[in-house]
Structures are given as C-alpha cells and as structure tokens.
Design a binder for this molecule. Structure first.
Ligand code: HDE
Length: 754
C-alpha cells in the first residue's frame, strides 16, 4: 500500500515542527516558470489517457495536473506587477500629496490592491464548508463493458484522473476537523467522456427520504439562528427536535452517533454513493448499483474524548494528516466496490432501493471490487482547487444513470444551482479544477467571467453556416437508461411508497452488527448529545424512538439521562417489520487494513538521563516500518542522555499532546523517568494514552512512570492487558514486535469493556 519516495523522511512537515521551514523557501517558490512551449510538450507526454482514453501515465503523474500547467503561476525570479502587468516600483507607500498629506485618488496601484483584497472571499458552501482535497487517479481492475459503458471501466489498467474533496457537513469553513459529523467523500472523475462526480458520504444512508426536507434538516443542525451557536455540532435542541419528529432519521442517527462520525483519518474511512444508481451498457441494458469506497489503510476511528481534545490540540488534524501522507509518498488508497442487482431482484428485497435511509446488506448483494483510487498529489493552491471545485450529482457520463430516489432527484437540481451564487455565475465549469479534460463544444455563450473565446458566427443548432457543427453525438452520446420494466403512466402524487415507512428495522440491523465497544460508544454519544439538549420533552421523544430499535440501547441512554424509557413511538406502518441477521461488514472492526503501521504516529516519551542507544534503535526501527516516531519531552531543544550524549527533541508535550499519537513508548533511564514523574503533563500524557486504549510500551525504568500515573497492570477483570508492555533489555525485542503488531490493528477496547 505505501510507497515512500526514495530518500524522503516520512513526515514532510517535520521542519515546520522545528521552525526550520521559515528559513527555506516553500516548496515550489523557487521553481522556474515553465516556458509555454515546454508546458505544451510535457502535457502531451503525460496526458495520453486524458484525451484518448488509452495509455497509462507514469506512476505518480496525474494527467489532470499537467493540463493545469497553463494556469499555474510561479513568482520565483519575477518582478512585482499590477493585475494589468504594470511593474510596481514601491509596494510600501501609497501616493500622497506631500509626506503628511492626503492620499491621491489617482493611486491606481493602491486602489487595485485594496479592491481586490476587499473581494477576496467568496460565500462558503451552505453545507460541507470545511474540506480538504487531493489529486489522484482511479485504475480499473478489469473491463466492465458488459455492465457499463462508463469510460473509467473500459479496460484493465486504465487510469482516469480524479480530484477528491473530503468534508464535514455542519461546521463553517474554519471549524475543527475532528468534530462529530458525517464526512463528505466527493470524487470528480475527469473521464474521456466528460466529468463524472460521485458525491458521496462516509455513511451509506441519509437522514431524510425526500429532497423536500433537506433545507429543514440543514436549518436544524446548523448553529441556531438567534445566537449562532453551537459551531460544528449536532448536540443542540433544534437538531434533536427535528430528527425526533422525523423517525425516518433513526437509522442514520445510529451511524452518526457511532465512531464512524469521528474518523481517525480521512484515509481510514469508507465512502458510499448512498443512493441507488444505474449502470448502463452499450446496448442500453441497465442494472442497479450501489458504490462503495474501501480504504486499504482499514477503517479506524478516534474516541470521543480524544476527538474533542484534538479540536483544541490541532484543529487541522485531518487536513494535516492527508497532506503529510501524500507529501511523504504514503499515498492514500481506496478500492471501489459495486453492489449490482437487477430491478427484479430489488423488488424482492424487504426494503425499497429508492429509499436512501436503507442500505443493501452485503450478505444480500456482495460487493464486487472493480478498481482502486490513489491520491498522489496535494493541491498547489487551496482556494483555486479545494475551495473552487464544484461537485454536482448531475455530472454523470454515458454508462452512469440515476434512479428515482427522491433525494437524489432533488440533488440533481441543487448542486448546479448552488455554484451559481457560490462561484459567481454560470461559467464555473471553466475554472481550471472544474474543467473537463474531454473537449467542450456547444452553443452556450457569454455570462460572467467567460474565458473561452468561441470563434465564428454560429451559436445555434441546427445551422448550415457552421457546417452543422457541433453535431449531435447520437448513440455515442449520453442517453437515459430505459427501464427494463416499462411502467404504465401514473398520476402525479405527493407521497411515499409503503416500504419507506419502516423506520426501525435497519437501525436495529446496524445496532446488532456492532461490537460491544462500538455499542457502548453509541450509547455514550446519545447521552452526550441529549445531555446538551435543554428541552426535556426532546430527550423523552428520543428515548421513545430508541425503544423501537433495541431495549438495551434505550435503557443505556435513559440511565445516562436520569430518565425512564417511555412507551415506544407509534410505528408509521402496520406491516410486519422485516427481520435482519447481524451484518459483520457494518462493524468498523471488520477492516483492520493492509498497510501495517505505516503512517501511525508513535510518541517516545523521555527526559534528561534517557538511555540514548535504546531510543535510537526503536526510532530507526519504527521509521523503517513507515511509522512516524516522535521524541517527545517536556521542552524543546536537546536531551542530555545517560551516557552524556545529546538527542534532538522532536516536539514538546505542550505542542504535541497525547491525543496526537496512536501509541506511546516510555524510554528507559532512571533519571529520565524521575524527571517525567515530576511533570504533571507527562503523567497526563501516559494516562490519556491508556484511557484512549492505545498500545503502551515502557522500557526499563520507564515502568516507574506508568506506576506513578496509576496505570493498572491488568484489566479490571484480572485478565492481562494485551497492549501494555513492561519490557527490560532482554524482553525488549519481543515486546517491540508485539507493540508493532498491536499498533497495526485496532485499539485495545477491552480496557473499556472487560
Ligand atoms: Fe449534498 N449538498 N445535498 N449531500 N453534499 C452540497 O453543494 C444537497 C446529500 C454532499 O466537497 C451543496 O456544492 C441536497 C447526500 C457532499 O464540494 C448543496 C441534498 C449526500 C457535498 C447540497 C443533499 C450529500 C455536498 C453545498 C438532499 C451523500 C460537498 C455546496 C436532496 C450522498 C461537495 C455544494 C464538495 C454539498 C445539496 C444530500 C453529499 C447545497 C439538496 C444524500 C459530499 O448543493
């Protein structure tokens, strides 16, 4: 899974932690400006698949990036100019009538600079405002033309450039990364036949069934309108008021309150297309399809206490993690899986596949893995790319089509519409990150900020003056999939199919498919959210909803709120509720991942008097395995080791608190341990590592610190703690091997449950 570029230290941000970055120019700042001719020829070499659909670019090269070279600007070695290209002599002083006089109206340089500044901000996205993105490519494992003619699946090994933006939903643009929220997972495929946007989430179902309710949902979860609170949180009255009056949200709430909503990394979460889509082959035959992205790094999440503390310790935790992994060459990867089923099969399911609050269990329709996505390049400019990228569910290509899911149908309108105010007009498709690699030819003209200079006198069709061009693509173009089951015309109606009224069976399915630790976290999350809610009646309504899901769940939440479980909320349907067996695939613990300890962050805690040789050996060992070791000490600078030698400290405890690491090693050395035992922050560090169920290894005298911190030697039930080691010189190798094994897998949740 991970490819470390030769000679590259894992953490490209390490110089920043030391403050060294300020002394050297930022990457790219001193690059020569590409000569236009050179750019053209490079683009030709690296973009074969972009225009023709054949050929594979060299590894690590993304054809979509080469095409952006024409708009990349690099000011290294260049003189300062105005936006009109006029050289600027003095960028320090405005033009005044006398040194102490008024500023002259004619100072066009000052006025241009201020005017541009005054208009630097654009509206943030109404939802999903906070996001982080990267470039990469999708590679098909095979030829899927029997089921879809979509270009990315045309041949084994075919690569299609992608741009992917991950996001939180509720928070504003500057909000913290690790809040409890759904994560957006939006993929733009720059296919040979135009752009395809798969605008998904990290949760496979949604809160509501009909687009009509989306503005209500968003108004309920956003900061309350009278006082603008709370930021990036669902734990407030208006959200819980709304969802407890909308029992169709029960299933999604279970996911939202699970650890899915606090991922460890954007690289360790699944993605889902949510809706049922259609795949269409060249003959026009179609099947239904659900899209899944499965991370090769496995599915891993934070713990709630940890996530909340990370908001303070590093509000950019996920953005930084994604950036650093890509800079270090540990490219994040996901496999694309499809659940494919026919309309006839769908009719026999115990739920309606047009209902976005339902998933298709993998036991019912297995997931077929069809390709892999690799993110291998960070954006050059956050605003130009991550902020200006415009995803739209209406962006489909031949071979991909919609279903009648009423939520999807509304989205097809909303995404294009929102860009018109957010990006200032109808030409947002010309912004470089949004422009398709496939050529664009039509008779749409003009509008704000038009870039293309359309030649000729013809902007209509049919025409003879333009030789009839651009001409219709016919069968080569996009055509809507015909239903394989023609339906008689029906009357217009505002309503829902009967199966949509089953609000609880799949919420129960999710609950019974979770491990004990995951179930406990869900109960705690409900308790937290509803404790923040101020209106008692809303808490009771929630409990009446949960009573329909599972009695243990309802009882656990009720206890935490100091309430009795009320009678269950009346069901919306008399029909018998379908029964589901547990689906192991719904547990986060089903996918530990295949990338070992690569990119996992390990704190090596030490003070003066540390045994240096041991620290160096452990550090090198972890680095060699692709992990990110950090020597953490009470202050910056150097540690004086027991042998008198010096060790460079990577980061201080205050700048890099416990929650920023996946595991802890307490270094050997009697004086080192004694120094840390006197340090409240160091004791806190150890306790938090333990409490957050992370692997802890104490070497030699380092054990004293664990004892002083009060860490128990065994679990509460007396069983040994399988991720806590106290090693001496003789047992260190074996303990380190076990430590690394534990680090590659899941946390030791037994500390909570046993
Ligand atoms: Fe969105 N959603 N949404 N949504 N959504 C937006 O589009 C909307 C829904 C999702 O990184 C907006 O460009 C409606 C489901 C992602 O730029 C807006 C409905 C899913 C992103 C919008 C939904 C999503 C958005 C805001 C119900 C998962 C971020 C800015 C009918 C399958 C994309 C923008 C990015 C963004 C509308 C429901 C995912 C307002 C009307 C379901 C990942 O157009």
């Amino acid at each position: 899974g991970q490819q470390l570029a030769a000679g590259m230290a894992f953490n490209a941000n390490k110089p920043n932690e030391h403050g060294e970055a300020a002394r050297t120019p930022q990457a790219g700042q001193s690059c020569p400006v590409p000569h236009p001719a050179a750019t053209a020829s490079t683009a030709g070499e690296t973009t074969p698949s972009a225009k023709t659909g054949s050929g594979v670019p060299p590894h690590g090269v993304n054809p979509a990036n080469a095409s952006l070279d024409r708009v990349r600007v690099d000011s290294g070695g260049q003189r300062l100019t105005t936006n009109q290209g006029v050289p600027v002599a003095d960028n320090q002083n405005s033009l005044k009538v006398g040194l102490r006089g008024p500023t002259a109206m004619e100072d066009f340089i000052l006025r241009e600079k201020l005017t541009h500044f005054d208009h630097e901000r654009i509206p943030e996205r109404v939802v999903h405002a906070r996001g982080s993105a990267a470039h990469g490519y999708f590679e098909s494992y095979g030829d899927l033309s029997d089921i879809t003619r979509a270009a990315p699946f045309a041949a084994a090994g075919k690569r299609t450039p992608v741009f992917v933006r991950f996001s939180t939903v509720a928070g504003e643009r500057g909000s913290a990364d690790t809040v409890r929220d759904v994560r957006g997972f939006a993929v733009k495929f720059y296919t040979d036949e135009g752009n395809w946007d798969l605008v998904g989430n990290n949760i496979p179902v949604f809160f509501i069934q009909d687009a009509m309710k989306f503005p209500d949902l968003v108004h309920a979860v956003k900061p309350e309108p009278h006082n603008g609170m709370p930021q990036a949180a669902s734990a407030h009255d208006t959200f819980w008021d709304f969802v407890t009056l909308m029992p169709e949200s029960t299933h999604m709430l279970m996911w939202h309150l699970s650890d899915r909503a606090i991922p460890r990394s954007l690289r360790t979460m699944q993605g889902f297309g949510v809706h049922t889509f259609r795949l269409v082959n060249a003959e026009g035959a179609s099947v239904f399809c659900k899209f899944h992205w499965n991370p090769l790094a496995g599915t891993h999440s934070l713990m709630w206490d940890e996530a909340a503390k990370i908001c303070g310790a590093d509000a950019d935790f996920h953005r930084r993690d994604l950036w650093e992994a890509i800079e270090a060459g540990a490219y994040p990867e996901w496999e694309l899986g499809l659940q494919i089923f026919t309309e006839e099969e769908a009719e026999r399911f115990p739920f309606d596949v047009l209902d976005p609050t339902k998933l298709v269990p993998e036991e019912l329709v297995p997931v077929r893995v069809v390709g892999k996505m690799t993110l291998n390049r960070n954006p050059d400019n956050f605003f130009a790319e991550t902020e200006q990228v415009a995803f739209c569910t209406a962006h489909v290509v031949p071979g991909i089509d919609f279903s009648n899911d009423p939520l999807l149908q509304g989205r097809i309108h909303s995404y294009l519409d929102t860009q018109i105010s957010r990006l200032g007009g109808a030409n947002f498709h010309e912004i470089p990150v949004n422009a398709s690699l496939a050529p664009v030819h039509n008779n749409q003209r003009d509008g704000m900020h038009r870039q293309a200079i359309a030649r000729g006198r013809v902007a209509y069709e049919p025409n003879s003056l333009g030789g009839g061009c651009p001409f219709q693509a016919g069968m080569a173009g996009f055509t809507t999939a015909a239903s394989s089951r023609p339906q008689p015309p029906e009357d217009k109606v505002r309503g829902k199919p009967e199966l949509f009224a089953d609000h609880y069976s799949q919420a129960r399915l999710f609950w019974i498919s979770q491990s004990p630790a995951e179930q406990a976290h869900i109960v705690n999350a409900y308790r937290f959210e509803l404790s923040r809610v101020q209106t008692p009646a809303i808490r009771v309504r929630l409990l009446s909803m949960l009573a329909n899901v599972d009695p243990i769940l309802a009882e656990g939440v009720a206890q935490g709120l100091g309430l009795e479980v009320p009678p269950p909320m009346p069901l919306a349907t008399d029909a018998e509720q379908p029964h589901y067996d547990p689906s192991p695939a719904l547990s986060l613990l089903a996918r530990p991942g295949a990338t070992g300890i690569a990119t996992r962050r390990v704190a090596i805690l030490a003070g003066h008097g540390v045994e240096a040789a041991g620290v160096k050996a452990i550090y090198a060992d972890l680095l060699a395995a692709g992990a990110v070791p950090r020597l953490v000490a009470p202050q910056l600078g150097q540690l004086t080791a027991a042998d008198g030698g010096k060790l460079d400290i990577d980061i201080s405890i205050e700048a890099g608190p416990a929650v920023l690491y996946d595991a802890l090693i307490v270094a050997d050395g009697a004086a080192s341990a004694a120094m840390l035992m006197r340090d409240a922050d160091a004791l806190d560090f150890v306790r938090q590592q333990y409490r957050h169920c992370k692997p802890v290894l104490a070497v030699g005298a380092g054990v004293e610190l664990l004892l002083k911190a009060g860490l128990p030697a065994t679990l509460e039930n007396g069983a040994p703690d399988l991720s806590l080691w106290r090693a001496d010189a003789a047992s260190l190798d074996a303990a380190l091997a076990e430590f690394k094994h534990a680090l590659a897998g899941y946390r030791n949740f037994q500390r909570e449950t046993e």
